[in-house]
Design a protein. Structure first.
Ligand SMILES: O=c1ccn([C@@H]2O[C@H](COP(=O)(O)O)[C@@H](O)[C@H]2O)c(=O)[nH]1
Length: 242
C-alpha cells in the first residue's frame, strides 16, 4: 500500500503558549514544517498563533474537531477559513448534514485567490479502544467497521479525508480511494511510552499501511533533542535507510 498520494509528518504543537512554541521551534531554524495547532494552544493564543506560524513559512493544521449543529459549524468554518490554515477538521459523529455545512462554510469563507483548507473528519479517536467504544459509548459494531462507515460518510459529504489510526488507513483507502487522505495520530516508536494512546503504530508501519499524514506530538516535543527525534521519525516514515 506504500507510497499512495501525498506524505507528510505533522508535528503536534501541544504547548500552552506562543513562548513555548517559539522555544521549541528554535531547534528547527531554517526548516519548513507542517505543524498542528490544537485546542490548548488555540484557546490560549487565539487565531494570531496561526498567522504567526504561517508567516514563519510553516503549513498549519488547525485541529479544533468541531462538533455542533450544522449552522454553528458552518459559521465557525467561515471564520476559520480566513486564517489561512492548510487543514481543519470536524467530528464525523456530527453526521453528513453537519459535515456538508462545514465544507460549505469553508468554501464561502476562503478568501479569493487563497486555497481552501483541506477539511477532514475525526472517525474514532486513537485513544479509544474497541472495548470502550462498545461498552461505554454503546456503539455496537467492530471499531474498524465504524471507522470505515464514518470515512464513507465523510466522503459522501465532500470532505477530503479522515483522522483515524494507521491501523485503519489501508481499509479506508480501499473503500474511499487514493485521493482521500488518512491523517493518522497515535504514532509511536517501538520503545516509546504509549501514554493515553491505544491504537498506536510505528512510523514505518504507518507508511506500509498507507497513511497519507502522520501526526506526532510528544515523541518529538518531549524529546531531549527535538530536531534529531524529528529527523529519525521522518526517515522511518519516508523509508529512508542509511
Ligand atoms: O484521534 C486523534 C485525533 C487527534 N489526536 C491529536 O494528535 C496529537 C497526538 O499527540 P501525541 O503526543 O503524539 O500522542 C494530539 O495533539 C492529539 O490531540 C490524536 O492523538 N488522536
Amino acid at each position: 500500500m506504500e507510497g499512495a498520494g501525498s506524505m507528510s509528518l505533522i508535528i503536534a504543537l501541544d504547548f500552552p503558549n506562543r513562548t513555548e512554541v517559539e522555544r521549541f521551534l528554535s531547534h528547527f531554524a531554517g526548516e519548513k514544517l507542517y505543524v498542528k495547532v490544537g485546542m490548548e494552544l488555540f484557546y490560549s493564543e487565539g487565531p494570531g498563533i496561526v498567522s504567526y506560524l504561517k508567516e514563519q513559512g510553516h503549513q498549519v493544521f488547525v485541529d479544533l474537531k468541531l462538533h455542533d449543529i450544522p449552522n454553528t459549524v458552518k459559521s465557525a468554518m467561515r471564520s476559520l477559513a480566513r486564517l489561512g490554515a492548510d487543514m481543519v477538521n470536524v467530528h464525523a459523529a456530527g453526521g453528513t448534514k453537519m459535515m456538508r455545512a462545514a465544507w460549505e462554510g469553508l468554501a464561502e469563507g476562503t478568501p479569493a485567490g487563497q486555497e481552501r483548507p483541506l477539511c477532514i473528519a475525526v472517525t474514532q479517536l486513537t485513544s479509544t479502544s474497541e472495548t470502550v467504544m462498545q461498552q461505554e459509548l454503546w456503539i455496537d459494531k467492530p471499531l474498524q467497521e465504524t471507522v470505515l462507515h464514518y470515512a464513507q460518510l465523510a466522503k459522501e459529504s465532500g470532505l477530503d479525508g479522515v483522522v483515524c489510526s494507521a491501523l485503519e488507513a489501508e481499509a479506508v483507502r480501499n473503500a474511499c480511494g487514493n485521493g482521500f487522505h488518512t491523517v493518522t495520530p497515535g504514532i509511536r516508536q517501538a520503545a516509546d511510552s504509549t501514554d493515553d494512546q491505544i491504537r498506536v503504530v510505528t512510523p514505518e508501519d504507518a507508511r506500509k499501511l498507507g497513511s497519507s499524514y502522520i501526526v506526532v506530538g510528544r515523541s518529538i516535543t518531549g524529546a531531549e533533542h527535538p530536531l534529531q527525534a524529528y529527523k529519525t521519525i521522518q526517515e522511518q516514515w519516508e523509508g529512508i535507510t542509511l
